[in-house]
Design a protein around this ligand. Structure first.
Ligand SMILES: [Zn+2]
Length: 384
């Protein structure tokens, strides 16, 4: 421990004083920078993850929304048939479209996480409003499934800010999960073969975003599972990939007949990421403006060739891409980037007032540091 006299001596030396000021400014600038950057492990609030460890040959399939219950059934039938784990993030308000499906899914041991109550753009809400979305979704989902919810939060459109991680932590969620790979099944562009190719970008530790809604997704899922496994990748749940505690309830294995009933195994429209809204369900704002209105004319399924999942690879060469609908839907990728690349998925939303203030403070600190250095140089010259 230094004595007060020594400290005074140190401060009296101009060069050391200049270094001290510079160090203080550096520390302050680092602290402010840390405020600007997305929270990392150990920071206050939930941890934001885009993927699992790159050292493991595991990937996690994730399915969001649940806006088309029939396709939810089809996806589950494929997952069960192939013995493939997956994690679901339903919009809680869409679950009453098919309560039985979500009970079946929970009973089958699939983890179900939180994707808000009504699918808002979280970055446009206050922290209190975001917390309400997360907490009300938890209550609703646990009421419907009768099982504890996976404590992982996925923000709609991959849109989040610092209030989101704070709200998630307050609600008891240690992880906010985005993704590093997507089949882009809500882009309304491209063929299932192109969507398959996009999802095949998955590598060690990848989290793959797909949707429980678009007609294209069931066509992509089977070939994708086969392709990932052929590359030596093991499909796991999100809690397994991220090392989170999670215990399914009593697990029953539903039969294909139980899952599908009289439903055909594949949707009719096989082209593009067409979301066929279920009767009586209007996707909540802002999704409502991004998606086709339920009942709106869809591309005629009969105009396309008859395809089976095994014929997918030849589809791209034998057919022209579906004509893109204007203002293509993008249920979980920000509307400003409907074909967002994996690397741009779910970055924190910036431009809020607090970020502007923080930027101004940073510039001021930089100016202070320069002034301190200049003063130090002047003193040194004077003392010579
Ligand atoms: Zn979503």
């Amino acid at each position: 421990m230094r004595s007060p006299g020594r400290v005074a001596n140190l401060l009296a030396v101009p060069r050391r004083a200049g270094l001290g000021i510079a160090a203080a400014v550096f520390v302050a600038a680092a602290l402010v920078s840390a405020m600007l950057l997305p929270p990392a492990a150990g920071a206050v609030g939930a941890v934001v993850r885009y993927n699992g460890p790159r050292s493991v040959t595991e990937v996690a399939l994730t399915f969001d929304d649940g806006s088309n219950p029939e396709n939810c059934h089809r996806l589950l039938a494929i997952l069960e048939e192939k013995g493939a784990p997956a994690t679901f993030f339903p919009i809680a308000a869409a679950m009453p479209l098919d309560l039985e499906f979500w009970r079946l899914l929970a009973d089958a041991g699939f983890p179900i996480g939180n994707h808000t109550m009504t699918h808002p753009n979280m970055a446009t809400l206050s922290e209190a409003e975001q917390l309400k979305q997360i907490e009300s979704a938890k209550v609703e989902e646990e009421r419907i499934t009768g099982a504890p919810l996976l404590q992982v939060f996925r923000p709609p459109y991959g849109s989040w800010n610092h209030a989101t991680v704070a709200a998630a932590a307050t609600a008891g969620y240690p992880v906010v999960l985005l993704w590093d790979t997507s089949d882009r099944d809500t882009s309304l562009r491209g063929t299932p073969a192109q969507m398959l190719a996009a999802a095949e970008a998955a590598r060690n530790g990848s989290v793959i975003l797909m949707h429980c809604g678009p007609n294209a997704t069931p066509w992509v899922l089977g070939p994708l599972i086969d392709s990932l496994r052929a590359r030596g990748l093991t499909l796991v749940t999100v809690p397994k990939l991220l090392g989170l505690a999670w215990q399914p309830g009593p697990v029953t294995v539903p039969t294909t007949a139980q899952i599908l009933g009289s439903l055909s195994p594949m949707p009719e429209a096989s082209m593009g990421g067409v979301i066929v809204g279920a009767a009586g369900y209007t996707p909540p704002s802002p999704g409502a403006s991004l998606r086709p209105t339920p009942g709106a004319p869809q591309p005629s399924p009969s105009s396309g060739p008859s395809v089976t999942p095994s014929s997918l690879p030849s589809l791209a060469s034998s057919t022209a891409p579906a004509s893109a609908s204007p203002g293509g839907a993008s249920a979980d990728i920000a509307s400003t980037a409907p074909t967002a690349s994996p690397t741009s998925a779910g970055r924190p939303s910036t431009g809020s007032m607090t970020d502007v203030i923080v930027l101004v403070v940073m510039v001021m600190l930089g100016a202070l540091a320069l002034a301190a250095l200049a003063a130090m140089t002047r003193r040194r010259r004077r003392s010579r």
